[in-house]
Each structure stands twice: as C-alpha cells, then as structure tokens.
Design a binder for this molecule. Structure first.
Ligand code: FCB
Length: 410
C-alpha cells in the first residue's frame, strides 16, 4: 500500500515532556510514579543529537512544541532572544537534515504569569497568546510553514478542569471547561489570522489545531446508562469542541485539521474500561479488549473518523499523533500497521491526508503517569544520568515504512 508522493512521515514530541529545565505549571507537579519533568529527556541540551537520531530513522517531518514560558516573561513582553536563538538553531538543524518542521504553539502548558491570572479560564489570556504568536511567527516565518496552534484542547480542558489530572487539578468544573474551550477557540481564530497574514518563506502557511478523537461506546448496547455516559462524553469532548473550533464561519480559520487518534473507550457500569482510568489490565483482557497501556485499540475507528472529518470539513488532514505505549514491541508493530492500513483505505476513499506523526520520538514524561508509559520509537534510560537513547524494534519497522512510503498489506 503506497502513500501519496510528498507524504510526511514524522514523529512528535512536546516541550514539557522532553526538554527539561522548564518553568511552567508542571515544574512542581509530581506524577503518579513520583517522577517530575525537571530533566525529562534533557532534549533542551540534546536537540542536535535527537535530530541525528531522527535522520537515522529516516523521517522527513518533526512535530514539536515551542515553549511559551521560555520566550515571554510578562504579557506583551519582547521575546527572549537567547531562547529564541536555540529554537532557530533547532529549526536550522532540521532543515539541514531535510526534516520539515510542524510547530505546536500550545501543548498543555502556560507561562507562570498566565496561570497566576487564571490560565485559559481568563479572557485576557486570548490577547496575550495572540501577541506572543504574532512575535514568534514574525521571527520564524522564514523557517516554518506548518503551524499547529493548540494540541488537544479537549484533553487539556477535560483533564485539568474535570478530572483533576493536570494542573490546576480542578474537578467537575464544567463551566470552566467550557470557558477554556471557548477562549482557546477564539485564540485559534485570531492566531490563524496573524499566521496567514504574516505568511511563510515562499510557501503558503498552513494552520490548524490537533483534535484528539476518542470514540466513546457502551460495552453492552442494551445498557442505557452506559450509552448515556458514552453519549455525554462524545457530546462534550468531540462535538462541542469541534464545533467551537471549526463550526460555521470558524472553519475558515483553519487550512488543515490535525487529528490525534489512539482508539476508543468503552463503558461498563459507568466505568471506563481502560488501564489509564485504573481498570486492571487483566479485567480488560478478560473482556476481550485489545489494549495498550492507555486506551482500547480500534483501528477501524481511524477510517471512520477520517471519513467523517473529510465529509464535514473538506480540509486537508494530518495525523498529528498516533502511537502506543506497550512493552510488547510486536503488539506495537501490529497496531501501527493496522492503523496505517486504515489510513491508507481512507486516502483511497478520498480523504486528503498529507502526513502521519508517530507519537513519540522518545520515551518521555507522560504527564500524570510520569515515566511509566513508554511511547518512544527510541528508549531513554532514565536510570542513567547520561540519559542514553537507543532504538527499539518498532523504530526499524517505522524506518522501513518511511523509506518505502508504504506498508505491506495486513
Ligand atoms: C496525547 C498528548 C501527548 C501524549 C500522548 C500519549 O494526548 O497530546 O502529549 O500524552 O497523548
């Protein structure tokens, strides 16, 4: 199964998860395994080495975040020039390696002064963010044409304001959840205007969000309560969020849709049957679910959601994340090939999918789970202060896919 010419085969990371030495709301956060993000993968100092690893993998694209808290110390302040220079150097090294960057502007973190002012529940954050984006884009437009404004606003607002897993760890604040989404959607529209106005060197800038899409289903179809729970989740996290960012006239703000797709969550007696919500892996297996360490795998869903997004929005799509955390590399290889086969079928059926970014380049700081969930193509030995990287078997599988621009039939 060949993919279209010029298809982007990439990998992805985010600043808080890999860089280390960061001052944001995660700095004081202690994960479930006792870990923190103080050093993480030390990619802050080792980005050149990590680009070398990417060249070895044979990827032609890299989706990574620029950390707002490094660049602005106060609202409307000028950008910190030495931190900017580090990101410029990273971009230059990517270009030298023939790797196309996609820059993420917000990935679950804010500068301390934004958090002190109420984070994204505060309306003033919108103007501060748009100011930052204007300055950043002016500085980087010669080097970047793919901009991803917000990573998974749904996950961020849900886990920070409903489930209490991300800072500021609020629970069941539905009003705040909605306000965060509304403000981010407004910021997305304004930031995309700025990005498209500023342009990109010799190319049309592309801009979009990355929407996490999880399918929510009831385990037993006749269980009305589980069906109602699944519908409530779908409505809140998928429909409401998609409408806020892309509904009606707002669709025109985006030139593409980023899709982060991992799988589905099924409910049984109100309980989400996934390891990430505390259901024991053994019980999940007894139910006959195929699962990594996070969610149930559901490759058919990739085709369903791509068909839906294509039909509804008629925009180009990038799979901005897919990956699995499992210690079983054979499982990960099968999962990848099944999802890519579904992606290939979607392209054949007409969806304009232009790239795929494997989550993640490195094992890293997986937010509230710390270092226990390992999504990397490369392993990092966190017990060794030198944090040595090494390839995992999946890296070889992915390298072949990138080189051949395709997969064998599954
Ligand atoms: C996504 C996040 C990413 C990582 C993966 C596993 O929801 O965008 O940072 O946590 O899931």
């Amino acid at each position: 199964m060949r993919f279209p010419g010029g298809f982007l085969w990439g990998t992805a990371t985010s600043p808080t998860q890999v860089e280390g030495h960061i001052e944001n709301e995660w700095t004081q956060f202690v994960a479930q395994d006792g870990g923190n993000c103080h050093v993480a993968c030390d990619n802050y100092h080792r980005y050149a080495e990590d680009i070398g690893w990417m060249s070895g993998l044979g990827v032609n694209a890299y989706r990574f975040g620029i950390e707002w808290s490094r660049l602005q110390s106060a609202p409307f302040a000028p950008l910190n020039q030495s931190e900017l220079a580090r990101y410029v150097d990273l971009l230059d090294k990517l270009r030298a390696a023939g790797i196309t960057p996609m820059v993420v502007l917000h990935h679950f973190s804010n500068p301390p002064w934004i958090n002190a002012a109420g984070g994204w529940t505060a309306a003033g954050t919108v103007a501060a963010f748009v100011d930052y984006v204007g300055k950043l884009v002016a500085a980087l437009k010669e080097r970047v044409h793919l901009w991803n404004t917000f990573n998974e606003p749904d996950t961020y607002a849900c886990v920070a304001y409903l489930l209490g897993g991300f800072p500021p760890q609020r629970k069941w604040k539905l009003g705040q959840f909605r306000r965060v989404i509304e403000h981010m959607a407004r910021a997305h529209v304004q930031a995309s205007r700025v990005i498209r106005h500023q342009g990109a060197a010799g190319r049309k800038p592309e801009v979009g969000i990355a929407k996490n899409w999880t399918f929510f289903h009831a385990y037993q179809r006749f269980s009305l309560w589980d069906r109602a729970t699944a519908f409530g989740c779908h409505y809140t996290f998928n429909k409401f969020v998609l409408d806020a960012f892309l509904g009606g006239w707002r669709r025109r703000a985006s030139t593409f849709i980023g899709l982060n797709y991992y799988g589905r969550v099924r409910f049984h007696h109100f309980r989400a049957m996934i390891p990430a919500s505390g259901t024991p892996v053994k019980q999940i297996k007894d139910f006959g679910f195929v699962c990594d360490d996070m969610v149930e795998r559901y490759p058919e869903g990739m085709e369903k959601i791509l068909a839906y997004l294509h039909r509804k929005f008629r925009l180009p799509i990038y799979i901005t994340e897919h990956g699995s955390a499992s210690a079983d590399e054979d499982f990960r290889a099968i999962d990848l090939r099944q999802n890519l086969a579904a992606l290939h079928r979607s392209i054949q059926a007409g969806a304009d999918v232009r790239g795929f970014f494997y989550w993640s380049l490195l094992d890293n700081f997986e937010w509230q789970f710390g270092y226990t969930k390992k999504f990397g193509l490369l392993a990092v030995d966190f017990a060794d202060p030198k944090l040595p990287r090494s390839t995992k078997p999946l890296a070889e599988v992915y390298t072949r896919i990138c080189r051949e621009n395709g997969i064998n039939r599954v």
